[in-house]
Ligand binder design. Structure first.
Ligand code: FAD
Length: 306
């Protein structure tokens, strides 16, 4: 119920204005977002890489409505990739890209062209791109663009969301050699017709999908903070004899950093998803919707400013 309300608010520009101008918001944002500029992104990446973690960087923003905004997002990624390369942070750092920020809602071809330019820049920088997955109305379009991009850029990563009923079958399709697939639970509000609603059904789906990916030929990227799912991932890695170069764990910046360090110390590849930029509203609201404790963090920040 709370989750539904927060996810509805994530699409409201009135609530956005309220949250964005509230004095305590900055402290909450700082916990989940590395900063606003490319320099902030590089600083966070440097620190994480020094701690033995891999990184994927997300320039915050989604649902752009003009071609100019989409081009600006593309250009930000091009300059970010150049800066990461110059700083010697590739291949440890790659980038995550939302096609809706590259014009998917305006014209699929525009989003594809922009994504292809980013893939070319990533190749030149010696690293890869992963296409984030957004709400279910974009899944087919995103997977179509992925297929096209992989022709010239086979390292391009996909994301599949365990809450969608279709995902186990998508996992089977994508579990081929060289295919990088991030498996997450899914962060959007989706109707029952397409998505499991109960947490336990989503978790069960996650395990089925994890089994498909870990027993397949691709490169699974297990994106979750859930201790039970992480333990199952560790178990399957032993069972299928997957070492640190054959799968990875992924978690979000600012969430369970001790667990990220523990897994890295155990010898696993762990990648932290690092968002940066000033368009943080939708991202922040999805994080708050996921976990009441995150909302309490908001409350504490509010109380401390009173
Ligand atoms: C690297 C990465 C990339 C992602 N990319 C996408 C994407 O492209 N598209 C998309 O829809 N979603 C994406 N997500 C978000 C994802 O779909 C989930 O919404 C999000 O990860 C929360 O799900 P969870 O698996 O962590 O489990 P949850 O159900 O949120 O949490 C399960 C359990 O994990 C533990 N836990 C969670 N948070 C904390 C915390 N702060 N401190 C301590 N314990 C905690 C608790 O035990 C909790 O009960 C991504 C997530 C990650 C990690």
């Amino acid at each position: 119920m709370l989750r539904t309300v927060i996810l509805a608010a994530s699409r409201s520009s009135r609530v956005e204005r309220l949250v964005a101008t509230a004095p305590f918001t900055r402290d909450v944002v700082r916990r989940f977002v590395a900063g606003e500029g490319t320099d902030d992104a590089l600083r966070a990446t440097r620190e994480l890489v020094a701690d033995g973690l891999a990184v994927t960087l997300d320039n915050l923003g989604e649902d752009v409505v003009t071609a100019e905004q989409a081009t600006a997002t593309r250009d930000e990624y091009l300059s970010l990739l150049g800066a990461l390369h110059a700083a010697g942070l590739t291949p440890a750092a790659e980038v995550s890209v939302k096609l809706s920020a590259l014009g998917q809602m305006i014209d699929e071809k525009l989003a594809y062209d922009n994504a292809r330019a980013i893939c070319q820049a990533a190749d030149a920088a010696g690293t890869t791109v992963t296409l984030d997955m957004e709400d279910h109305t974009t899944t087919d379009s995103t997977l179509d663009i992925l297929t096209k991009l992989r022709k010239d850029h086979p390292g391009t990563g996909a994301v599949l969301q365990a809450y969608l009923r279709r995902t186990e079958s998508d996992c089977r399709e994508l579990a081929y050699a060289g295919s990088r697939v991030r498996l997450c639970k899914g962060a959007y509000r989706e109707p029952e017709s397409v998505a499991y609603q109960a947490d336990r059904d989503v978790d069960r789906s996650y395990v089925r999908c994890l089994n498909v990916l870990m027993s397949g030929d691709g490169y699974p990227m297990l994106a979750t903070h859930d201790p039970r799912l992480i333990a199952i991932g560790e178990d399957r890695a032993r069972w299928f004899d997957r070492g640190p170069d054959r799968f990875e764990f992924q978690m979000l910046y600012g969430i369970r950093p001790e667990e990220q360090a523990r897994l890295a110390a155990e010898g696993y590849t762990v990648r932290t998803y690092v968002p940066y930029g000033d368009d943080w509203y939708g991202y922040l609201m999805r994080r708050l919707a996921e976990r009441p404790a995150n909302l309490a963090f908001f409350g504490r920040a509010l109380a401390s400013k009173k």
